[in-house]
Ligand binder design. Structure first.
Ligand code: SAM
Length: 542
């Protein structure tokens, strides 16, 4: 039997930090508090909490988290000098003060290595290498670049949003066409950085992987790989140095391979994340003599610098957990983590029937069938390709666990379901950008809400809807106000788009077909006016 928490030593715990889509922090906080029975701290885009070492693996079962880390050490009020070299020397010294044991203990609960990994070198080196300037790792800005006309803050923001949207759309169309599953997943990861809102306009935010600094010689010979957000990458493309071939160094098979990723946020640092990652990586190398690999790493060390706060973590996930359960991605595939958090907002009870009437590739019903297996999940879509993707995803999940879910072809505005037969209708509505059209939404949304009102049980029934088309949903909510009351709204950043999740509660009002027809005809009149009188077609093109 495990020791009661109050009798446990501090070293039997570890601090976990996990990234969460901005907007869902409190949903995930509640979930973690419920599952681990510990206080959870939530701040923008992340949650942090302590768990007993034995429970580390269970953290990965939290359905709403994207990436997860064990925090080895935090350093507050770090006084960064004005001189870049002095800052780099300071960062190198931090390596001595990191609680590597705690981090590696947690790491070993999830990953393994065929040799024991010492948490401290046999002989602690007195010197962790000379600090180097970041200009040694990448070329300074081309002076001609600076002559370019400066864009205002709002122009820059607009440009970035536009570029992110175009890139996201192009990537997804490409993915859907080619069916390159692995690539699809990787591209979605790029979106993840953008969606979690890590890149603040006000601050200088960077994310850099850099572990080529095997030795001072290797540092000068090798190259850096920089991973930045899609927007930043596009803006700075022209400034990026030409990629060189990474230097291969002698590998010691008894030692794990590592890389350092630096996330820097805040103004006034006389260094960039690339320099910080390179120097920190060099010092880690000099300390442990682990192998260095940017791609085939066993251990990923994360150096977070936020203003004058520094934390050093080890990654407990190799890829974002939002890819769970999906192998067939469509143009609007919803992240599994968003689906999980939406389902959490519905406060599902065992035995309830959950319906996603516009399921696309099935992210939501797959997640409910797996994580709420005491409920019954059903789903459908109007498009054949969407049904195929859902079936493919169901078969994929079925390879690793039992799943009870089927998918039906139907029209959300005319569901083949009995009145008051569902407990929860939950769906990710077409935004009218990649699927459907904004114009069609004026007709589709009220029709969908009215039909959901019919099939959902009065008083206890709920609906949970995700959309970015706020004007249309508000109009649809006003048309169906007799049947739905909005109880909660959660704003969400989806690839630069300001989306929102609406949690609706079914009123006590019984569905009345005549009333409903009257309300809908008012909504259709409104839709026609919006269209300028042209007939509305149900847009079924993905
Ligand atoms: C935003 S997508 C859903 C994406 C889905 N959550 C996923 O993860 O793939 C909206 C879906 O609504 C479907 N749809 C549009 N009009 C519909 C209708 N009248 N009836 C049923 N489904 C419809 C589209 O085919 C599309 O798959």
């Amino acid at each position: 039997m495990s020791a009661p928490i109050e009798n446990m030593q501090e070293n039997e715990f570890c601090e976990i930090e996990a990234t969460v889509a901005s907007g869902f922090e409190n949903v995930v906080k509640e979930d973690a508090e419920e599952k681990f029975n510990v206080p959870v701290d939530a701040k923008r885009g992340r949650i942090a909490f302590k768990v007993p070492m034995k429970d580390v693996k269970k953290v990965l079962d939290l359905g709403g988290i994207d990436n997860c880390f064990v925090v080895m050490s935090r350093f507050s009020n770090v006084n960064f000098p004005e001189d870049e070299l002095e800052c780099m020397a300071l960062l190198r010294k931090i390596v001595y003060n990191v609680n590597w044991k705690n981090g590696l203990d947690a790491w070993s609960k999830i990953f393994s290595f065929h040799h024991p990994i010492a948490s401290c070198p046999e002989t602690v080196p007195v010197d962790l290498g000379a600090p180097t300037l970041s200009s040694r790792f990448h070329q300074p800005k081309n002076p001609s670049e600076e002559k370019k006309p400066k864009l205002s803050k709002s122009e820059r923001r607009k440009l970035r949003k536009q570029q992110a949207r175009e890139k996201f759309a192009a990537q997804n169309v490409q993915k859907a066409k080619e069916g390159e599953k692995m690539e699809k997943a990787e591209d979605l990861e790029t979106v993840s950085t953008t969606e979690t809102g890590q890149h603040d306009d006000e601050n200088s935010n960077e994310n850099t992987n850099n572990s080529q600094n095997v030795s001072e010689k290797a540092v000068s010979d090798s190259t850096c790989t920089v991973e930045k957000s899609a927007q930043k990458e596009t803006l700075e493309k022209e400034q990026a140095p030409a990629p060189k071939k990474p230097k291969t160094t002698d590998q010691d098979p008894t030692k794990p391979a590592f890389r350092v990723t630096c996330n820097r946020n805040g103004q006034g640092h006389p260094f960039d994340s690339m320099g910080a990652a390179s120097n920190f990586g060099g010092a880690v190398y000099n300390y442990f003599h682990w192998n260095v690999s940017m791609k085939q790493f066993d251990i990923e060390v994360i150096l977070n610098i936020e203003g004058n706060e520094v934390s050093v973590c080890l990654a407990l996930t190799r890829e974002s957990l939002h890819r769970r359960y999906i192998t067939a991605f469509g143009p609007t595939a919803l992240r599994a983590t968003h689906a999980y958090n939406m389902l959490r907002l519905c406060k599902l009870q065992p035995g309830e029937i959950i319906c996603d009437p516009m399921c696309g590739g099935g992210s939501i019903p797959l997640q409910s069938a797996v994580s709420w297996n005491k409920c019954v999940s059903i789903c459908g879509d109007i498009i054949n390709n969407a049904l195929k993707r859902t079936k493919e995803n169901i078969n994929y999940v079925a390879q690793s666990q039992p799943i009870s879910l089927d998918v039906v072809r139907w029209d959300v505005t005319n569901l083949p379901l009995r009145t008051e037969s569902m407990d929860v209708c939950i769906t990710d509505l077409p935004f009218g950008i990649r699927v459907g059209s904004k114009m069609n939404n004026w007709k589709l949304y009220p029709g969908a809400l009215m039909e959901m009102a019919r099939v959902t049980r009065v008083e206890k029934g709920r609906a949970c809807l995700l959309t970015q088309d706020k004007k249309c949903i508000n109009k649809a909510l006003s048309v169906t106000a007799k049947y739905w009351k909005c109880r909660n709204m959660v704003g969400l950043n989806m690839g630069g788009l300001a989306a929102c999740v609406y949690v609706l509660h079914r009123t006590v009002e019984k569905y009345n077909a005549e009333d409903a027809a009257q309300m809908l005809s008012t909504a259709l009149e409104h839709a026609k006016q919006k269209e300028g009188g042209s007939p509305t077609k149900t847009d079924t093109n993905q």
